[in-house]
Design a protein around this ligand. Structure first.
Ligand code: HEM
Length: 137
């Protein structure tokens, strides 16, 4: 019968991590998405990020449509044979908006410094005017 599914180890999958031969694991199933990488509406970059790895989380995080899942099913080539030494699934590095840039914390916004500088300059100018007035009086 043709129902026999091929088993891939994590190392088998990891060998296919290029655009030309791109395997990805989603829900313990192995997909050869080499033909799809160019057409991916989300771009090839994100696909390459999970190439040869477990992209389950990355794939689910995006909230792909049923159509996307249908497309994916066309590229199924087998099941993943897990072993204890397998690396953890890749987490999405860029799809989560929560990783905010916290660079401004600890410092005042730059406009505060601008106002301070202007105030000091104005104060200095006023002081000089005062001195001049006193000198000429
Ligand atoms: C591996 C098989 C994958 C398939 C078959 C696939 C398929 C698709 C499809 C059909 C869409 C269009 C929208 C939709 O129908 O949901 C889409 C959009 C998108 N995909 Fe994937 N995808 C895959 C993997 C990934 C991975 C690993 C990421 C990583 C984050 C990703 C990120 C995105 C993003 C960000 C969009 C939205 C693009 C936009 O609307 O501008 N995809 N994908």
């Amino acid at each position: 019968m043709a129902t026999e599914t091929k088993e891939y180890s994590y190392a088998d999958v990891a060998a296919h991590d290029t655009k030309e031969s791109l395997y990805v694991v989603i829900d313990d199933k192995v997909y050869d998405v080499s033909q799809f990488v160019d057409e991916h509406p989300g771009g090839e970059e994100v696909m390459l990020d999970v190439a040869g790895q477990d992209g389950t989380e990355a794939f689910e995080d995006v909230g792909h449509s049923d159509e996307a899942r249908e497309i994916l099913s066309k590229y199924l080539i087998g099941n993943l044979k897990r072993s204890a030494t397998d690396p953890k699934p890749v987490t999405t590095p860029r799809s989560t908006a929560s990783t905010s840039t916290d660079s401004s914390s600890g410092g005042l916004p730059s406009f505060v410094y601008a106002i301070l500088a202007a105030a000091v300059a104005a104060g200095g100018y006023y002081y000089m005017q005062l001195q001049q007035q006193q000198a000429s009086a």
